[in-house]
Ligand binder design. Sequence first.
Ligand code: GRF
Length: 212
Amino acid sequence: MLISGEGTNLQALIDAAARGRIRAHVALVVSNRAQARGLERARRAGVEALHLDPAAFADRAAYQAALADALEGRSADLVVLAGFMRILEPPFVRRFAGRMLNIHPSLLPSYRGLDTHERVLAAGEQWHGASVHFVTDELDAGPCVIQYRMAVRPDDTAESLARRVHVGEHVILPRAAGWFVDDRLRLAGGKVMLDGRILDQPVLIEETAGDS
Ligand code: GRF
């Protein structure tokens, strides 16, 4: 699992695995930032936590090769990006094609990139949410697996949206990871397959009253 920050999505995966909700376990957490709270969460859960400092490598290619080696060294079946704030270049993406998921805080394909909550508010969008997608060469553009959707409320701020989106992220990411490790989810010919059927649309999870 690759992180750069708070690691609440990492925590959701750790908790889901600990509760036996998914037949997976987090084998390794890598962050480009030493102070990422997620590294602390990993250590507390007894998960190997690695700070890989980009400054210690000659260039991005060397860094990403070391990152890939670290992941393959633990024979990771699935790589999960959650708030990993570095662009992964094609050689890295190719090494993990079809077994790398990213969670993004918007209803892709809308609002790729950063500051999604602010942009959704500024645009007066009715809906917002989060998406889990397979990672491809194009940023935040891989085929979507599952989405969490919620109505934007008149009193919402970027902070309240982030909080509500996080609730949904902590549902859909473990679900997608669980499908993958159960061999129910795969990427075939650029298409998402779930239980042997092509997913033309991502699975949609709506916010329920109790969620926020
Ligand atoms: C999440 O909102 C994710 O969608 C985005 O970065 C954030 C990471 O949050 N890519 P956390 O570190 O998992 O709490």
